[in-house]
Each structure stands twice: as structure tokens, then as C-alpha cells.
Design a protein around this ligand. Sequence first.
Ligand code: HEM
Length: 373
Amino acid sequence: MPRRGDGHEPSVGGRSGASVTRRSALIGLAAVGAIAAVDVGGFLFAGGRLTPHTVTPSRFVDRFEQVFGRHEGFRRNHAKGVSATGWFTPTGAGSAVSTASVFRAGGRHPVTGRFSLSGGLPDAVDAADTVRGLGLVFRLPEGEQWRTAMIDSPVFPDRTPDGFRDRLLASKKIPDTGKPEPAAMASFLARHPETAAAMDIIRRQPRTSGFGDSTFHGLNAFRCADRSGATVPVRWKLVPEQPVRHPGAEEASGRDYLFDALVRDVTRGPLRWRMILTIGEAGDPTDDATRPWPADRKSLDVGTLTVDAIDTEAPDNARDVNFDPLVLPNGIAPSDDPLLSARSAVYAESFNRRSGEPKSPSRVNVSEVPDER
Ligand code: HEM
């Protein structure tokens, strides 16, 4: 089971300045998954940050399979999950920094989401300290989309795609003990002090009780552009409106207890999160997701995400979406974060592999969740 800071968190890759072209190419694609087939290889290497000698999308996905095994039809990371639907209501505050239609006051945009746990095991046992994920597709006017995938950690453990791929191996569990080889992780951390520092930050964040009271962080920096063309660096997060609880470890029980609780919560009424856009200042790192920005940075409350339905993964719902973080609307562009382009390319490789494989039922079947524990 992947744990916070142990090396199984999803990571990303990067490219700068190409979002408009990519977005334009994607508008009008009817199938949400079709993105995967568009531009994996060429775009990855055109970015110049990944080379065939280091990380390729295929080698990266091979690494996930090496660590977690090959589970046909499932995502190679964040394999266990459920589909969700709802909508996003902008406050209009985001229009101060971005022309994106998703931030314009007055709209209500349909959203498809997916709640997940990190790691490549589709039948993983839910655990309190496994990294929680939320992927979202915002369906915007004129066929635009915004896709983002976030986790409940305040920083990412890795600065580069290579670092993430190496960390995965260092945290691979050995069958004898069911734990990673301590010497392998120690050696990795000695070579990656930025990961050691990020893990300290992650460990200090108190755990919350489940998906509904988790804050989900986008972590990678992006750039917003206003009407005059002026740009600012941004990061975003979703902060729960649900009361936050910090349970003791003894509260966690049941193979699917996190997903079961999510299903029950939504049965009682919609869940809501505020989307907060943090505005970076000169000198704030935009190419290093291991480093937080100073706490006093200006932030904007740009809208509310409402989730009112959870569904078992099935054809044509979130199961068949690639939550590629470079599918961006006009008004939001990638930063120079090297994780972004790698992330885009590796997600596409994972998507392409799983799309061509036979499908097994998802571990979490929403209709079988008992009403009460
Ligand atoms: C080089 C860095 C990364 C790599 C290689 C990576 C890899 C992957 C892969 C292979 C998947 C499955 C994709 C699919 O089959 O659809 C995935 C899913 C996911 N990743 Fe990453 N990841 C990276 C960074 C990140 C970061 C920085 C975040 C959070 C900010 C993140 C959050 C997620 C989430 C939430 C999912 C599940 C999305 C879904 O439900 O489909 N990843 N990742």
C-alpha cells in the first residue's frame, strides 16, 4: 500500500509556452479519452526536458508495472477510484487575473470527476495515509475543457520526472517484509535532498478523515493571463466546506472504508469545495513542486465545486477519461515546471495501454456500499 512520502505518490513532467496550440488542437474532440492519441511522443521530446536516454513515457509506465504489477484495464497509478459528477460555480473573482471562461461570473459548468487513491493496485486496501486524488474535467462553453488532477499533499515529493521514477523503485516493497528496502530509500534521499525536505512538509500535515474533508492541491504552477495580456504565476487548491476531522489511526477500518464513506456522504447531500487560486510573486518557484510558496501570498476564492453523485467506474464515465493536466482553457497556460509535460505524456501512455486491454469490474461498486457501517 502506498504511503505518504514513501515514493508512491503520482508525479508529473513539463513544457512551457505551448498550451494554446495544444488546447486548440483538442477543442472539438468528442471523446474525452481521445486526447491520449493526439500527441504523446512528439510533444514530449519537443519539450527538450525529457530525452530517450532518461525517461520516456513507455519506460515510465513500465516502472509503475514493475513496482505494482500489471493490472489490465486499470490506470497504472491511482488505479483504485470512483467516478463523480457535479458542477462548478465561479464567483467571478478569478477574472481579475485570467480571461478563462471557467472563472467568469454567472456560469455553472458541468464537471466529471474521479476520486482515487495513489498507487497502481486496483484492489488496494484503503488506508488513512495513502495519498488521495481528485481528477476533474470542467466542460466549458464552446467546447473548451479544463482538466486537472490534484492530491491531498501540500507539496509534491519530486522536482523532476527522473526523480519520481527513481523514487518509485526505491519505495518498491520487498515480499519478505512487505516494506521498502530501507537502504534503497536512504540512498535515494541522500541523492535527493529536495524530496527529503518535501516529505517532511507532507508528514507534518495532519491527516483528515476521508475524501470529503480533504484539501486537494494542484501543486504544479501555471500562468494566468488577463485581458491586457499580463500574466501571473498561480497554483490552485480545493478547500472543503465540510467540517474537517482529524481522526486517530484506530478509526480506519474496512477494505474500502474511505470510498464507502464518500458514497454515504454524497447520498446524504452534495459535497462542496472552494477553489482557491494563489498568486505567486517574483522569485516564487514555478518549476519546483517540492517547494511551497510563502503563506502570505494573495489568494482568490474563484468558485465552488459541488459533487452530487458518485458512480461505479464504467464505460463513458471517469473511467475513460485521461486527466491530462495540459488540457487547459484559454486564459490558463503551463509554467516552466518540468513535471507538466512528462505528466501529460505518461498519462497518455497509461491511458493508451489500459484502453486496449480487457476491463475488469472496479473494486468499488457503489450499489453495493452498505447504508451504515
Ligand atoms: C512525473 C510526474 C507524474 C507521473 C509520471 C504521474 C503518473 C500518473 C499516471 C500514470 C496516472 C494514471 C493515468 C491514467 O491512466 O489515466 C496518474 C494519475 C493521477 N495522478 Fe499523476 N503522475 C505524476 C504527477 C502527479 C502530480 C504532481 C499530481 C497532483 C498534483 C498527480 C495526481 C494524479 C491523480 C489525482 C491521478 C488520478 C487521476 C484519475 O483519476 O485518472 N500526479 N498519474
